[in-house]
Design a protein around this ligand. Structure first.
Ligand SMILES: O=C(O)[C@H](O)[C@@H](O)[C@H](O)[C@H](O)COP(=O)(O)O
Length: 240
């Protein structure tokens, strides 16, 4: 694993650097394999990044978008990660609808939705059960409790190692999430984290030893590249 930590002066610089890295990876992936696959994170931090991507002139038909996690709400719900990404980016560009691989959230049972999303991913990547296909980029945020995607501290989702997708649990509310082994299969995992409120959790995630189940972002140790992109408010005291 190649781990890099970059601390940018402020959130504007953080978003600009994140955009630059994504565009470089996108260009390389399309040149080498004819397509680029990225899993999006939710929450508030990535919204300006998605807006910046929407302003680029890109080969949208070669770009495939997935979600690393999703709240278990309809896609038009204010909490929906899909809704946020569509408003900030996807509805503003000419990307084919078949390239937008949204998480199903309208079944009565989150486990059914998780299985459906897993089957969709296996079909897209032509992977067999037990195989972990490698996305080009998995974008991640981190909560102030050190959760990432919807892998929350001391939840059952942290124990799932033989699936791509599982059901997360945030304070009793179901989420659909990539498992940490699936995230770790990515060619590049990019954390984009901002704000002083994330500093204590980052200290635990970067500590030489701490409880992985208490600080789930510690579980993200990809075979490929691990990039931590932080603003100074979050990461001033850290280094690789
Ligand atoms: O669905 C979600 O909420 C996210 O995927 C989640 O993992 C998010 O990245 C963190 O909670 C950080 O959120 P902020 O960027 O809002 O701090």
């Amino acid at each position: 694993m190649k781990k890099t930590v970059e601390v940018l002066p402020d959130q504007t610089a953080l978003i600009a650097r994140s955009l630059d890295l994504i565009l470089t990876k996108l260009d390389t992936a399309i040149k080498q394999q004819g397509r680029f696959t990225i899993a999006l994170s939710g929450g508030s931090t990535p919204k300006p990044l998605y807006e910046a991507i929407a302003n680029q002139k890109l080969p949208w038909d070669k770009i495939h978008v997935f979600w690393g996690d999703e709240r278990y709400v309809p896609p038009d719900h204010p909490d929906s990660n899909e809704r946020m990404a569509r408003l900030a980016w996807l509805d503003r560009v000419d990307i084919p609808n078949t390239n937008i691989h949204a998480v199903p959230t309208l079944d009565n049972d989150p486990a059914v939705s998780a299985a459906k999303y897993e089957q969709h991913l296996q079909g897209f990547f032509h992977s067999a059960p037990g195989e972990f296909p490698a996305l080009d980029v998995v974008l991640l945020g981190m909560g102030d409790d050190a959760h990432t995607a919807s892998l929350f501290p001391h939840t059952a989702a942290l124990q799932v190692r033989d699936r791509l997708i599982t059901v997360g649990n945030k304070d009793g509310n179901p989420r659909i999430t990539f498992t940490y082994p699936f995230i770790n299969a990515a060619k590049s995992v990019m954390f984009v984290v901002a704000g002083a409120n994330k500093r204590p959790a980052l200290a635990q995630v970067f500590a030489p030893s701490a409880d992985d189940l208490a600080y789930p972002s510690r579980l993200i140790q990809p075979q490929g590249e691990l990039l931590w992109l932080l603003d100074a408010a979050a990461g001033a005291e850290l280094s690789a």
